[in-house]
Design a protein around this ligand. Structure first.
Ligand SMILES: Cc1cc2nc3c(=O)[nH]c(=O)nc-3n(C[C@H](O)[C@H](O)[C@H](O)COP(=O)(O)OP(=O)(O)OC[C@H]3O[C@@H](n4cnc5c(N)ncnc54)[C@H](O)[C@@H]3O)c2cc1C
Length: 495
């Protein structure tokens, strides 16, 4: 066990990225300290949307059931021109995806952050220090020292840990301590963001998100949970953002849809939406994740999602290194895999922003398509991971493994721990004895133990699959000779 003030991992920042990462690391049994600068939850309008992949991560950390009470299923987005003509229709059908959840949800960020904190509170090996501003980070090679200042205390305190992950947002101290710069990807625009609470049922507002592609006033409307509705609108180059944030200006803007007689202004903020990527996400034992590593405009609702994906990618790699020793190659795969994936989201959402500004064209995404009836549709993008772990020649590398529903109604993910796992056909007769047994939690699961997995192996046309804890395929074994070699090549992750 670590000494007092010694931890396996110090997580800086308890926003959605830090909260998810800390939960994943805690599930894996690591001792964690979370340093959070603020004493209270952030309460300005921010994320309102996440997707099925993210809900699957929330399921893994055990908050999906509680969070569900605070969600609605998102019905999709329409892009319309100033005359009300639909330019693109992006429906999100009600259907469970391979991740086992609906494609898209609407939520209220403080509800999520409360769920994350509540889940962390059950771990004895997690320490959360609120009102604690990290001031200094020093990587000493085999451990890291973290200095922080707690509100009301004169002296700085110092912690030690094996690894540090800065989930400390756009102005990340961790990134600065690493000496890393953000590279702009070109988008920069100031918008006003407003959250309203409807006070009357008589207001008729759309159920979908609407992107108003109006060059005079680009704007977004979101149908949020319960009585909450969100509007965002661009501030023109000759306008003062502060003037646009005044209540009078806000009600002027909202006049075509709703007025103070039927809604209450809950929260408002000015944001400069930017697209940017940190040049380096890791130096030695220090990492950045979430907004500390990347920024994107919110038109696709993917900024926070990207931070949750970072957490899911990094957590098990740090867990592995904490148990088995530092492995530089494994840890370097964090940035190389994640950066390409998030870059595609940033580029697509930035082009979408230009389209909403009526500056770009409708082909902002390769998933926009013409329907036979002449209307234009769109599907979600599913960017792949960049090169990292595994053999690029394996056609199944990094494929998402389906969240299979088992015969007892539970989902496969419920049993699928924080460690890599091998799914093997019972036709393979020389399975080694590394955790194989009767328990489903074993590191090797056969189709005899879980017959529900057999159709998936058949669908993939393989006899075995090695799965990463983030539900991606790391390696596949086609069957026939060579299983011993396959195991030997991957034994490190199965040990
Ligand atoms: C208007 C708007 C709408 C958006 N809509 C969506 C959406 O629908 N879907 C989506 O996925 N994303 C959306 N986003 C993006 C999303 O809100 C962010 O990507 C997300 O909040 C980033 O989470 P994070 O945990 O990385 O950083 P943050 O939420 O910024 O959290 C960082 C934490 O670190 C703490 N901290 C900072 N410095 C220190 C320090 N020195 N010491 C200790 N603690 C520190 C902060 O107090 C904070 O709690 C939206 C953003 C905006 C502005």
């Amino acid at each position: 066990m670590p000494e007092k003030d010694d931890f396996d991992v110090v997580v800086i920042g308890l926003g959605p990225t830090g909260g998810t990462l800390a939960n994943l690391l805690a599930m894996d049994g690591l001792s964690i300290c979370v340093l959070e600068r603020e004493a209270a939850l952030y309460n300005l309008p921010r994320a309102v949307h996440f997707d099925d992949e993210i809900m699957r991560v929330f399921q893994t950390i055990g908050i999906a059931d509680r969070l569900r009470r605070h969600l609605i299923v998102n019905r999709g987005t329409k892009f319309i021109d100033p005359d009300g003509k639909v330019l693109i229709d992006w429906p999100r059908p009600r259907a469970v995806t391979e991740n086992g959840w609906q494609p898209s949800y609407r939520f209220h960020q403080p509800d999520l952050e409360r769920c994350l904190r509540r889940a962390l509170a059950k771990y004895e090996h997690v320490t959360i220090i609120s009102g604690a501003r990290t001031t200094r980070i020093r990587d000493n090679g085999d451990h890291v020292e973290i200095g922080f200042q707690q509100a009301g205390e004169a002296a700085n305190r110092v912690l030690r840990s094996r690894y540090v992950v800065g989930c400390d947002g756009a102005r990340s101290l961790t990134r600065a301590a690493m000496g890393v710069e953000m590279a702009s990807l070109g988008f920069e625009q100031t918008w006003v963001v407003i959250d309203l609470l409807l006070t009357s049922r008589a207001v008729d507002l759309p159920d979908r998100t609407i992107q108003y592609c109006n060059p005079d006033r680009p704007a977004t409307y979101c149908r949020n949970v319960g009585r909450r509705r969100r509007w965002e609108f661009a501030v023109g180059p000759d306008e003062s953002p502060e003037a646009m944030l005044k209540e009078e200006a806000i009600w002027d803007f909202l006049a075509p849809w709703v007025g103070p007689a039927s809604a209450r202004l809950e929260r408002k903020a000015i944001y400069t939406f930017k697209s940017a990527l940190a040049r380096q996400w890791q130096k030695g034992r220090v990492f950045i994740a979430g907004d500390a590593a990347h920024l994107m405009p919110p038109f696709m609702g993917q900024g926070m999602c990207a931070g949750i994906r970072d957490a899911a990618n990094l957590a098990w790699k740090i867990g592995f290194c904490t148990r088995q020793g530092h492995d530089g190659e494994l840890l370097r795969s964090y940035q190389s895999e994640r950066e390409q994936n998030v870059r595609e989201y940033i580029e697509t959402t930035s082009r979408m922003g230009e389209f909403i500004n009526a500056l770009g064209d409708a082909q902002f995404s390769n998933t926009v398509f013409a329907r036979p009836d002449g209307t234009v549709g769109m599907n979600s993008i599913t960017p792949s991971l960049g090169s990292g772990l595994g053999d690029a020649a394996d056609a199944l590398l990094n494929r998402t493994f389906t969240n299979v529903t088992l015969a007892d109604g539970s989902s496969f993910d419920r049993w699928f721990s924080t460690r890599p796992i091998l799914i093997a056909s019972s036709m393979i007769d020389n399975l080694p004895d590394i955790g194989a047994g009767t328990a489903v939690e074993g590191r090797i699961v056969t189709t005899t133990q879980l017959p529900e997995l057999a159709p998936l192996l058949a669908q993939f046309g393989v006899a075995a699959l090695l799965l990463r804890p983030d539900r991606r395929v790391l390696a596949s074994f086609p069957g026939g000779a060579g299983f011993d070699e396959f195991l030997a090549a991957n034994r490190m992750l199965l040990s």
